[in-house]
Write a protein that binds this ligand. Structure first.
Ligand code: SAM
Length: 275
């Protein structure tokens, strides 16, 4: 048998992976969910044919979207994840002892259900007593919960369908209001190679709302271009002023104190995008 999944990363570019078997496939109100066992990356979650996460490289994305921000704050207690139904961000957040509660607001309950059933190594944190799962639109949740969270993580799909609003200035204003006095947020903000109009708009919006706006990157093989970006907006704390020697030891495979600083070092073409 010669089965492949093909993601159309643009009209002119695909990435293909040989599949051993399909573990789960369902069309929900929001999207088509597929979990496949691939030969190269192990189990892979796709939504509408777009790779979301794989067992082989998920650690890079989930460690970077969580620890850089959490280690910029002093003892964060309440954390919100918008999207992120696979649970990988929650698993990482729970490594921080100061965190008392993590709320995950995912629009599609079937993503959470299927991750619980087929991706336990990623979703395991969802069973922790400190984790709460709410099936709802993250845009609405953020608007309705002012002054609640020390950190908000926007772990979303690409800016299509229900995720479009998660990349807009109105949403970032609501995120500002939903954060506590010294809070910060981190969002996944796509590929510096392929999203050259989106990224300057996002960083411009975040700069107009937050006193501190920062842009950082990580290498993620299964995402378009292999180089992925994250944007941080912070009310007070600056990730570049963190004393990296004081970062607590944690079990990670990508993130470490040196990466905390070096992920903000940008190549010339990316500096140009975010200037
Ligand atoms: N790591 C991933 C990436 O960058 O490809 C993101 C993975 S996570 C599975 C993304 C989740 O965001 C999806 O499960 C999707 O249902 C959810 N989502 C999209 N729009 C949303 C919204 N408005 N509110 C809450 N969740 C949303």
């Amino acid at each position: 048998m010669n089965l492949w999944v093909t993601e159309y990363q643009s009209e002119n570019l695909t990435i293909g992976c040989r599949v051993l078997k399909t573990l789960y496939r369902e069309k929900t109100r929001f999207q088509e969910i597929m979990i496949a066992e691939t030969l190269q990356f192990g189990k892979m979650l796709l939504l509408d044919g777009v790779i979301q996460t794989t067992v082989a490289d998920e650690f890079v994305y989930h460690e970077m979207i969580t620890h850089v921000g959490l280690n910029t704050l002093e003892k964060p207690r309440r954390v919100l994840v918008v999207g992120g139904g696979d649970g990988g961000s929650v698993r990482e957040i729970l490594k921080h002892k100061s965190v008392e509660k993590v709320t995950l607001v995912e629009i599609d309950g079937k993503v959470v259900e299927s991750a619980r059933a087929f991706l336990p190594e990623i979703s395991c944190g969802l069973n922790d007593p400190r984790a709460e799962v709410i099936v709802d639109d993250g845009i609405k949740h953020v608007k309705e919960n002012p002054d609640t969270y020390d950190m908000i993580i926007v772990d979303s799909t690409d800016p299509v369908g229900p995720a479009v609003g998660l990349f807009g200035a109105d949403f970032y204003r609501d995120v500002y209001n939903a954060l506590t006095e010294n809070g910060l947020f981190v969002a996944q903000t796509e590929s510096p190679f392929y999203n050259r109009e989106l990224i300057p708009r996002i960083i411009g919006d975040v700069r107009s709302i937050f006193p501190v706006a920062r842009f950082f990157m990580a290498s993620i093989p299964t995402y378009p271009g292999g180089l992925w970006s994250f944007t941080m907006g912070s009310k007070k704390h600056d990730p570049l002023e963190v004393d990296i020697n004081s970062i607590p030891k944690m079990e990670t495979r990508y993130y470490n104190p040196e990466i905390h600083s070096s992920s903000f070092v940008l190549p010339e073409f990316v500096k140009e995008l975010v200037k």
